[in-house]
Design a protein around this ligand. Sequence first.
Ligand code: SAM
Length: 279
Amino acid sequence: MQIDGLPPLREVIASHGLSARKSMGQNFLLDLNLTARIARLAGDLAGSDVLEIGPGPGGLTRGLLAEGARKVLAIEKDARCLPALAEIAAAYPGRLQVIEGDALEIDPLAHLTPPIKVAANLPYNVGTELLVRWLTPKVWPPFWDSLTLMFQREVAERIVAKPGSKAYGRLALLAQWRAEPKIVMDLPPEVFTPAPKVHSAVVHLAALPEPRYPADPAVLNRVVAAAFNQRRKMLRAALRGLHPQIEAILAEVGIAPTARAEEIGLEGFCALARRLAAG
Ligand code: SAM
């Protein structure tokens, strides 16, 4: 099925010499039906700007545009992809802006108008780093309404994990504190070119109007990082570096000092972050 009048992605890749580079974390999606489905998982795009990170040859970009995004702002680090993206921009006049650069260094907000959604199929390390940044701004609600992001399946499970499970940790707490994360699609390795070693999943995170419990994002991030860095230790040991009287403080907020991080829910960590922020 054609979603636009542009050439198939295999042709685009061949004509622009876009052989995938491991150093850039490149595993491309070449099935435009699939990228259109992922774009639909981002919700109703009409009337929204979409920030896309890592468009590559533009499969998801074309899906987002075909599904009616008002504007797509795409940030791509690999300059080789720019001519292919320019052809997409020409087919959708005024609706695709491409910025060449590292998404970790670029502030896209000057180029976007709310409402804004984010969609991306990114290398694992960049994806988790950006996700944590998008979840921990000082002020809430954030610039985005929703994030629709591809991750390794194992990382997706960490984002939606519940207390008591092996996958539960910092990503689960930060994501579930201020957003509603759901795994909305599973993808086997063979839908990517080249095929990665692991399964992937799309996670949709809808921003909550306000966090589930009050806490300072920087303090909460510090507390959960320390707690799960030594997840097998009791909290009084894992959190020793955060406060000289950590044992008394844990007891004061209703957490057993002998408990381990994975037993404590969001409410407990937020109470602890508030108490620690108070000095
Ligand atoms: N979105 C395309 C798709 O689904 O076929 C490409 C996905 S590929 C997994 C990841 C893309 O992110 C590549 O195009 C790569 O060049 C780009 N990329 C990697 N690191 C980046 C960074 N720090 N900032 C922006 N783009 C980056």
